[in-house]
Every structure is written in structure tokens, then in C-alpha cells.
Ligand binder design. Structure first.
Ligand SMILES: Cc1cc2nc3c(=O)[nH]c(=O)nc-3n(C[C@H](O)[C@H](O)[C@H](O)COP(=O)(O)OP(=O)(O)OC[C@H]3O[C@@H](n4cnc5c(N)ncnc54)[C@H](O)[C@@H]3O)c2cc1C
Length: 332
């Protein structure tokens, strides 16, 4: 009655039809030292789908990461694929491994965070397996029905996937992180498989910052075109130091060259949902709101009382930012 050759269990119901139990493969995002927070959010989504949750940790000298993933409650197994081939975590090198694991275990779902990593990887995996990727979900109704935003967050879509395999990217801010404790999953080494030589990883230059990471910070202060120059962003950095906050920016501020594009918040930037979001000199275009409107408390400082940002703000200050921000910093 039970199939033993694949991990996915199949049983015959009293009506004679086959019921397929869920088994999800979560592709861990990490830096070879620790799991990135988005993986813990993705694990919560995987648990919500139900059934078995397996984690794939593929990287280079990343055994500690796999051991950490084993501690997550509800994870039944962790696959560790350790190879120099995974330097740079390219979609080209990881996809053959994921396809191999899928063919061996016939997972019902493959999940990753909707980060730059997941956005590069999952469409490739889905295309190779001839299924439609389901991107950036913000909710799970059932194992085949997912909720996601469309039109830059202006509408919410509920979609039911008819594919037997669901390849899904998960918006981190919509799922609480699963703590890495209370679990005792088995770790299994797997070979890297037929490594694709489609690309060669050469190097990466990561921006370094002592500040909290934008997508996981509890407080975010973002500046817009109203900041007028990159030099003026110092005002926000000083305020951020007092609040242990990350600094973000609107696309207009990035396009104007005030700050680098890894600070961009919005539809084509990062999605954040901190406890406190302070928008300074930002008008509140829908593409910006798409990246921050789920923040718990929104504060806006803008000299234009008609600025759309005030429609989503919990607290609004109609003021010149060059006066208001130093005053606020001084009072903290
Ligand atoms: C496909 C697409 C994707 C996009 N993706 C993104 C995205 O990811 N993120 C994003 O942010 N945008 C995105 N945009 C751009 C978006 O439409 C807006 O152009 C952008 O968000 C505007 O940025 P801003 O609010 O800084 O600038 P503006 O709209 O120019 O607003 C500047 C604000 O500063 C205020 N201000 C000026 N001086 C002062 C002062 N001294 N004191 C106080 N307030 C002051 C003004 O009143 C104004 O409200 C996208 C656009 C498209 C078409």
C-alpha cells in the first residue's frame, strides 16, 4: 500500500483513488556560515503547506549551515551538497542538483525565498520541469492555492495551481521566521551531481555595512528625492545610528545617484516590513508603497501635505526635512 521507493507517500483511499501527501523541498539561502533569515520565513511557509519538509543546503564548506537547519522544528531532513561548484550560488550550478533531487524524491513543492537568489533560481528550475513558477506568495490557502500581490501591490490574487509540482517563491515579510530550535532533523550528504559548466563564477563584491540588513531590520529610515543629494543622506545615517535602523531609499534617490541601488525599497527593490518605517522626502508612489506598506508603523516627513505617502502613514509630519530630521535626532 505504501510506496517506499520515493519519499512522497501515496495511499489508496477507500474510494480507490490515490492521495498524494505533500513533501516540500526548501532551498536554503545562506552565506556558507549561517542561514539567511529569509530561509526561516520560507520554512514557516513550507510548514503551512503541510507534510514533510526537507531542506537543501548547497554551498562550499557549509556544513555548519546544514547543522543549523537540522535544528528547525518540523524539518524532517537536511540534504548537504558541499562543492566548490556552488561558489557564487549560481542558478546554473544549483539547478541540476535540484532536478536530480526532484527526480529521486518527487517532491510536491519546491520553495525558496523571493530574494534575488530565489528569483534567479526558481524560474530556471520551473522551466526545466515544465511547470509554472508561482512567485512572491504572501499567503497559503491550501497546498495548491496561494495568495500573491499583482499590479505593484494594488490587487491581491488568489491562484490555484494545477501543476503536480509547485515551484514557489515566498515573500519573507509575510511569514514569521521559524526559530532554529527544537528540531532534530537528519543530515544527509548528497553529491553535487552533474555540474553545469554554463557559467564560471569569478568573484562578487558585496557592499559591507555595520547597520542592520534592510530586509530584516526592525526600523528602516528611507530617503527620497527630497533629500536632494547623497551628502544629505548623512542626516539619515545619524538618525539611523540612534535607532539602530537600516537606511533605505526610493528609486528616484537611487536613480539620482544619491545612494547605491541595494538600498532601494519598492516594487523593483527590496520588500520590507519593519516595526517602524520612516519615509523622509518620499512622495509615496505606488511602486514605493509596494515595498513598505506592510510595515507595522509608518511615519512620513514631507513638506507637501498632499503627498500620497500621508495616506498610508500612521504619523505624518508636514515639515521641511532639513529642519525636522536634525531636530528629531537631537531629541532622541
Ligand atoms: C516599473 C517601475 C518600477 C518602479 N519601482 C520603484 C521602486 O522599487 N521603488 C521606488 O521607490 N520607486 C519605484 N519606481 C518609481 C516611482 O514611480 C517614483 O518615481 C519614485 O518612488 C519617486 O521617488 P521619490 O518619492 O523619492 O521622489 P518624488 O516623487 O520626486 O518625491 C519627492 C518628495 O520629496 C518631498 N520633498 C522635497 N523636498 C523636501 C523637503 N525639503 N522636506 C520634506 N519633503 C521634501 C516632495 O514633497 C516630494 O513628495 C518605479 C517606477 C516604475 C515605472
Amino acid at each position: 500500500m505504501f510506496s517506499t521507493c520515493v519519499k512522497t507517500l501515496r495511499i489508496t483511499s477507500k474510494f480507490g483513488s490515490l492521495i498524494r501527501y505533500e513533501s516540500t523541498l526548501v532551498i536554503a539561502e545562506h552565506n556558507n556560515e549561517k542561514l539567511l533569515p529569509i530561509t526561516c520565513n520560507t520554512l514557516t511557509a513550507a510548514k503551512k503547506i503541510g507534510g514533510d519538509v526537507t531542506v537543501l543546503v548547497a554551498g562550499t564548506k557549509c556544513e555548519t549551515v546544514a547543522q543549523n537547519a537540522c535544528k528547525a522544528k518540523g524539518v524532517s531532513k537536511v540534504f548537504l551538497a558541499d562543492s566548490d561548484a556552488f561558489k557564487g550560488f549560481t542558478a546554473e550550478s544549483l539547478t541540476p542538483l535540484i532536478l536530480k533531487l526532484y527526480n529521486e524524491h518527487k517532491f510536491t513543492h519546491i520553495l525558496a525565498g523571493a530574494s534575488a537568489f530565489g528569483k534567479a533560481l526558481l524560474p530556471r528550475v520551473a522551466a526545466k520541469l515544465d511547470v509554472s513558477p508561482i512567485s512572491d506568495i504572501i499567503g497559503i490557502k491550501s497546498s495548491d492555492t496561494f495568495v500573491r500581490t499583482i499590479y505593484a501591490g494594488n490587487a491581491i490574487q488568489t491562484l490555484k495551481s494545477k501543476d503536480t509540482l509547485k515551484v514557489v517563491s515566498v515573500r519573507s515579510t509575510s511569514f514569521e521566521p521559524l526559530p532554529l530550535e527544537g528540531g532534530d532533523a537528519k543530515c544527509e550528504n548528497v553529491s553535487a551531481g552533474d555540474i553545469s559548466n554554463l557559467v564560471e563564477y569569478i568573484r562578487q563584491e558585496l557592499s559591507k555595512s555595520d547597520r542592520p540588513e534592510l530586509t530584516s531590520a526592525k526600523v528602516v529610515i528611507s530617503g527620497g528625492r527630497g533629500m536632494k543629494s547623497g551628502e544629505n543622506f548623512k542626516l539619515l545615517y545619524t538618525l539611523a545610528d540612534k535607532l539602530n535602523a537600516a537606511v533605505g531609499a526610493s528609486r528616484a534617490a537611487v536613480d539620482a545617484g544619491f545612494v547605491s541601488n541595494d538600498l532601494q525599497v519598492g516594487q523593483t527593490g527590496k520588500i520590507v516590513a519593519p516595526n517602524l518605517y520612516i519615509a523622509v522626502g518620499i512622495s509615496g508612489a505606488i511602486q514605493h508603497l509596494a515595498g513598505m506598506k506592510d510595515s507595522k508603523t509608518i511615519v512620513a516627513i514631507n513638506k507637501d501635505p498632499e503627498a500620497p505617502i500621508f495616506q498610508v502613514a500612521d504619523y505624518g509630519l508636514v515639515a521641511d526635512l532639513f529642519k525636522a530630521v536634525p531636530e528629531l535626532t537631537e531629541k532622541l
